[in-house]
Design a protein around this ligand. Structure first.
Ligand code: G6P
Length: 483
């Protein structure tokens, strides 16, 4: 980072671009996802640097020095990206074995077989690598030279980092934001005490701890109260450390950029996808759009669809379920096993109801095609989001903005977005197959006037609190200039 560029520093596991090792060089690809889209407007400012992790291939030892400059040079010139290379084994342990197989699963309540099952010796060793990755990130930021104006640290990959940076930059405003649900004390007790001490103390290195919802704020404060020797002031949503430093704990619900979304749906790519999808839709169309991930609970969603066809034979041949499943973390066994199970269920349904419905009622699109997903959201009768737990779920908010057909949102009450959609969506309990099937039927039967009124209410709420508000509220709390 050159001196002139020192300013706000964003730190995330992912960069605004993904770095892919292509034979003998890092090449970049625009990353997708809420975290990146919400932070990119800030990252476009010339004084902002974005530190992210990349996995260094084992034979790239010699190129290490070059990676800092070449990878950064290849990225969007309007963004100042600093990729921090980690040895491949360290990256796998930190990102795969701890961040995704333990913390992600724990925080989304995927506990037991197919999720966070147990911690063996290998997992304890991986925890050491998780700490090492965080330490390397802290060193890279320190090596960059100047004291940052403020640090915005993202997510569960980097819980220890605020604590490490607090030691290096005692007076710098630091915000740590967790994009996924925060566990309450009984769930937090499922990891060993030294781990949760590291997580909580690391987060408290920040000046402000940011979470998605007021419920996450309550869970975080309850964990601090239960596991640490600190004073929790629940009336002020604050934690006071023994040395007198006070940390604010705040909810900043993630959101979308309505203007950018409207621009995207006007592109030729979306129009072309729209034509393709016309061939797939039924008279009535249910869709889902999510990463293929155990926490998204696709399996139960498809079982509920099968039950819908069973309880309502009149819908056979009229309703189609278009599933846009985004490949994710496929290097991890639990994700591959889950994908196979989901595919098995889909095949069963299509076999069982194919004849009665005049063709397979479930159509799967296993790809990361944002334009196609937005085209599907524009014209559907039901959007099903039945996550087991979800920090927010921005697909619901994207749908609210782009939908042309006033459809119905059927959403788990355990998704962060449920609070904002409570008076417009049909809420379901994520493991309740029967209840979800009935909610799907109710949504498909709902008269147009009611659908429109519900959709307008939710759309109005999303427009009132956009991604820019999410970011500006954090910058305001850090006392730095807003966008
Ligand atoms: C969630 C997390 C992000 C993560 C994203 C995609 O939204 O909160 O930190 O980047 O999922 O997951 P991936 O593992 O592909 O980065």
């Amino acid at each position: 980072m050159t001196a002139a560029r020192a300013g706000i520093v964003i730190v995330a596991n992912r960069g605004p671009n993904d770095f892919v090792w292509d034979g003998n060089a890092w090449v970049t690809r625009t990353a997708t996802g809420g975290l990146v889209s919400m932070l990119t407007p800030l990252a476009r400012q010339s004084s902002v640097a974005w530190f992210c992790c990349v996995s260094e291939p084992p034979d790239a030892q010699q190129a290490r020095q070059g990676l800092f400059t070449t990878a950064a040079d290849q990225t969007d010139p309007r963004l100042h990206v600093v990729p921090v290379p980690l040895p491949a084994e360290t990256y796998h342990a930190y990102y795969g074995q701890i961040s995704n197989e333990v913390l992600w699963m724990l925080q989304h309540h995927v506990i037991g077989r197919g999720g966070f099952e147990y911690l063996d010796k290998a997992r304890h060793q991986a925890w050491g690598r998780y700490l090492e990755a965080n330490a390397r990130m802290a060193q890279a930021i320190a090596r960059a030279g100047r004291r940052p104006r403020a640090l915005l640290i993202q997510d569960y990959h980097l819980y220890p980092l605020p604590g490490l940076l607090r030691g290096l930059f005692p007076d710098t405003p630091i915000l740590h934001f967790t994009h996924i649900p925060f566990p309450d004390p009984p769930v937090m007790r499922l990891i060993p005490d030294p781990w949760r001490q590291t997580i909580l103390r690391g987060m408290l290195g920040a000046s402000v701890v940011g979470l998605q919802t007021p419920m996450d704020v309550r869970s975080f404060l309850a964990c601090c109260d239960e596991f640490l020797d600190v004073a929790v002031d629940a009336s002020q949503d604050a934690v006071r450390l023994p040395d007198g430093r006070q940390i604010c704990v705040r909810a900043y619900p993630a959101s979308v950029d309505p203007l950018a979304l409207r621009r995207t749906v006007r592109t030729p790519e979306v129009a072309a996808a729209q034509q393709r999808l016309d061939r797939e839709r039924g008279d009535l169309t249910i869709i889902r759009v999510d990463r293929l991930d155990p926490s998204k609970n696709q399996q139960v969603g498809f079982l509920a669809f099968a039950r819908l066809l069973e309880m309502r034979p009149d819908l056979c041949g009229r309703v189609r379920f278009l599933a846009f499943l985004v490949p994710s973390r496929t290097d991890l066994g639990v994700y591959r096993t889950y994908r196979d199970a989901v595919y098995g269920t889909i095949e069963d349904i299509n076999q069982r109801y194919g004849d009665a419905c005049g063709g397979p009622p479930v159509r799967v699109f296993y790809t990361n095609d944002r334009e196609q997903a937005l085209a599907a959201m524009q014209r559907c009768h039901v959007l099903l989001i039945n996550s087991l737990q979800d920090g927010m779920n921005l697909v619901a908010k994207e749908w609210a903005v782009v939908a042309e057909e006033p459809g119905v949102l059927v959403v788990s009450e355990t998704a962060g977005v449920a609070a904002e959609a409570a008076d417009s969506a049909l809420l379901i309990s994520p493991l309740d197959v029967e209840g979800t099937a009935r909610a799907l039927a109710e949504a498909l039967d709902m008269p147009l006037a009611e659908r429109s009124a519900r959709h307008r209410r939710f759309q109005g709420r999303v427009k009132q609190w956009s991604a820019r508000d999410w970011l500006n509220a954090q910058l305001a709390d850090l006392h730095v200039r807003q966008l």
